[in-house]
Design a protein around this ligand. Sequence first.
Ligand code: ZN
Length: 841
Amino acid sequence: MMKKAMRISTLFSFSLLLPILVFGAIPSPKQVLGFEPGEDFKLASWDEILKYFDVLQSSSENVKVIELGKSTLGRKFIMALISSKENIENIDQIRKIQKKLHDPRTTSPEEAKELVKKGKAIIAFTCSIHSTEIASSLFSMRLAYWLASSNSPEVKEILENIVLILVPSLNPDGIDMVVDWYRKYLNTPYEASQMPWLYHYYAGHDNNRDWFMVALKETEIMTKVYYHEWFPLLIWDIHQMGQNGPRLFLPPYYDPINPNIDPLLWRELNLLCSEAVLELTKAGKKGVATNAIFDGWYNSANRSAPLRHNAIGILSEAASANLASPVFLRPQNLSSRGRGIYDLNLTQSSYLEPWEGGWWRIGDIIEYEEIVAKTFLKRIAREKERYMLNYYEFARRQIEKGKNEPPYAYLIPLEQRDIPTTLKLIDVIQKGGGEVWRAKKSFKAEGVNFPEGTFIIPLSQPYRAFIKDLLEVKVYPERRVGGALEYPYDEATWTLPLQMGVKVFESNQPINVEMEILPHGFKIKGKVTGKPSSYLTLSGRSNNEIILLMRSIKNNFKAYYIKENQPPYKKGTIFIENRDPKTLTKWVEELGISASWAEKNPKDLIPVKGKPGLYKPFIPNMDEGWTRLVFENFEIPYESLNNSKIRAGDFKNLTSIILPPMNAKSIIEGRSSQDVPPEYSGGIGMEGVSNLKEFVRNGGTLITMGSSSEFPIEYFGIKVTNVLKEDREKPPEKREFFAPGSILLTDSTGSIITFGLPDEIPIFYNEEPVFDSKEGNAVLKFPDFNPILSGILRGESLIKGKSPLLEVPYGKGKIFMFGFDVIHRAQAHGTFRLLFNALIY
Ligand SMILES: [Zn+2]
């Protein structure tokens, strides 16, 4: 009793001090956290943020917290719905209306006009997907409090017309990592230093590169919210960039612009953002950049995927402080990276009012973000019907295009090298809200026969742009600035059929065949052929075979391969001891692969190699994280090797060691104790180098990815050169070579690690080393003609006939040098098998 009375009196005295509290007993963030979000040196942990939203939910009828699932590391993943009491009570009806608007095939324009009168605009604001860009998770609490506590007419209008989905963080695990790190090192020389690990357990910063592949838990949860359950007409993803650039970026986006997105949608987005910039200017907030830096080409960010789903996808990027520690910047400290802004001290069309420098604090970021938030909310509340009708209109225009212009459909026949991977591609389309159908009869398209059961993706559907943008071949526009080719913000292409090794046909004729919709989670049962014998054999055609192999080894079934052809077996064929035909058959069936019982016993069986070690430096490495994710998905056991394990040569039970992409100097020297606490400083050192050499000399396999190929070139004395080295060292305007995330064709030379793969293999390539070698064997070679399949490639003569994947013998062991993105953000299923095979043979 005593306690309760005290709490009330505390609240009362607060409300006397702060006029904002006069509206009642809705606790402010400060009352719950003990500090005002935006105060210097103060961050809120995920539990504290959850607690605030919980308190808000129990004290306000305008806030409802929904737990959507668990994050990668098991934290509660939530969104808060904020709207009027009536709307929250009526939420099912509101969702139904929005769902009807998203699909004009089931809703006529007349019906849509009626629906928008009754409906409410569902929109989403998402915070801190990048955990060091942490101001917006604090901003989310202030915004929620303002909406829940204010009785002003503007807030009333917002709550009446809008249902706001507010996600305080798209990566709760990262919030805790960053907050713990910051609190631990505050007031030490390492205050706000870079953490020695990724702030998303698998993807780090790349967690915002997963919005079509949906390989991470958080993106999977939100993709379902966006495109299957809530259909927000706007998604604002709130970010921060470096300290020295503009104070805030808002769209229009920079060139190039992706032509799959409707110009009407771009116009709507630009109009709304321009109003926010106007309000910032009115409020005296300087240093706002538009039409710069962040392009409108890329697909897989949380600003970009919505644009392919008829939603207004907005990115804002505020300049960072040092987490919550303020920074002081003089005008001469400010610098732009080009990309539409050339001098941060000059007025220009993309930067009308330069910021003059001074202190920059986490509170400044929140102030800018609040002005933007309020503009968006007020404008959409005032014109709710127009925004809702336009959302309908964007979808209607996509459907019309799909009906009236090629391509009309994508066709995926069942005759594929790797069926489970084909179904994985279909799953990606369905998770993103695309509809996939199956032909009930055989049919012809552009003169080609397609059998019954062929998958058909007609483009006359609301999410046409999403589907087309994933499946088509791209030509990235060449852009030059000052003579140098300008890089895309992220990548030039992502064409999934090429990355995944799946045959997909684009039909430039409408498809006329009876078809049925394909349910989600469609599977095809695997099959074992032949009569049970001593061994089960695997053909190398499917990635899922690796799961079967790993399960077999784990259950003590012996597994072997052959090094030379033994008709009918090709070199590389895998033989699994038949200890239990029932279990093996069950695995084959559930993994959807085809396998057969050996017809005759092979000779010279070699045991499949064991566990890989994966170097995990204290310089966070996203490829290392993605590799872990792929290994776990394919049930490949591995051991993470830190610097001290490598320095100690502690490689017991390991048969291969993988170095993720990083340069040789960083591998050896690591980080300096100037910028990270001593326990995380240093690299593998020269003793690590000798241990790795000895490991390979004694029969181990070293696998390098991308830039880590420099390491064996410099330290193992192998006669391999990177043919692009010289060109890369030239000033940008003199460089010939350009391939910023493109898909290129390579020829397989028939090495054992290409077992089961086709003769021509598309690879995802982002200017990694390309090899010329006096020793060793090229596993893949670039052809004599231009190998571009999707994206852009210039200076192709430099790589003609050269190798992006080399096998070099070293002592009793060997080195595989991967000069391309073999995992590529868990997208490149078409090349995964090359890495898997490098581990087992
Ligand atoms: Zn970011």
